[in-house]
Design a protein around this ligand. Structure first.
Ligand code: HEC
Length: 208
């Protein structure tokens, strides 16, 4: 009696094992309790738009869709995870160059501050703006020792020999469009305020 039971169990197990063998590499074979493998809620990286996908065996009966149908009907292309906004840069990839050298040179030599050279209130306002928008990277005196510079390598030392001769137009353009590793600040700082900051940077350089 015992032996017959064991035999019976053996046949059932062997049958189940055989039945779960896949026919091809793309076929996962028969799955038991498929709802344990396949999430019914939306998953960010799953995007199967075919509503008939799945079968009576592995379908999710509540919504009538196949078990594998896992797309978001409310998003474009039934996507679950939205596409990143245009011009998103992948982590670890270099940032795109925002300015060509020529464009910067033209800006540096042709753009002129609208503020008179002796206007001290421009320097005063420029300091307040610099302290808000630039100090955390470039440091209070421009020496690239802001708190962010600790973690964010490559911040320019504005008192370095290479920068002492840059014009206010040059600085204005760099604030507007960014340069290399530095992001653009054009959308945050008004053009007038960019000129105020540029004036202040030139003053900073003199005081060092
Ligand atoms: C998030 C940090 C960060 C902030 C904020 C920042 N910068 Fe920069 N800045 C950099 C880095 C990094 C560089 C070096 C860019 C490179 O050469 O790749 C740089 C370079 C510069 C340069 C030299 C550009 C050249 O011609 O090579 C100037 C001038 C400058 N920044 C001014 C400013 C001013 C003014 C502000 C405030 C509006 C500012 N930066 C805000 C990080 C920053």
């Amino acid at each position: 009696m015992k032996l017959t039971k064991l035999k019976y169990l053996g046949i059932v197990t062997a049958g189940a094992l055989l039945a779960s063998c896949a026919a091809g590499v793309d076929d996962t074979g028969l799955e038991y309790a498929p709802q344990m493998y396949h999430s019914t809620p939306y998953e960010p990286l799953t995007q199967i738009v075919d509503e008939d996908r799945g079968s009576w065996l592995d379908s999710n009966d509540e919504d009538g869709h196949g078990e594998f149908y896992n797309s978001n009907p409310y998003n474009q292309f039934k996507m679950n995870m939205r596409e990143p906004v245009a011009n998103t840069v992948r982590r670890g990839q270099p940032l795109p160059v925002r300015l060509t050298k020529d464009e910067l040179e033209v800006a540096a030599t042709t753009l002129v501050s609208p503020f008179p050279a002796d206007d001290q209130s421009v320097v005063k306002d420029g300091k307040v703006l610099y302290d808000s928008y630039c100090k955390h990277c470039h440091g209070a005196k421009g020496n690239a020792d802001g708190l962010v510079a600790d973690k964010y390598a490559g911040v320019a030392n504005l008192n370095g020999a290479a920068y002492l001769e840059i014009t206010e137009g040059h600085i204005f353009h760099v604030i507007t469009f960014g340069k290399g590793l530095m992001g653009a600040h054009g959308s945050q700082v008004s053009p007038e305020d960019r000129w105020r900051i540029a004036r202040y940077v030139k003053e900073l350089q003199k005081s060092n």
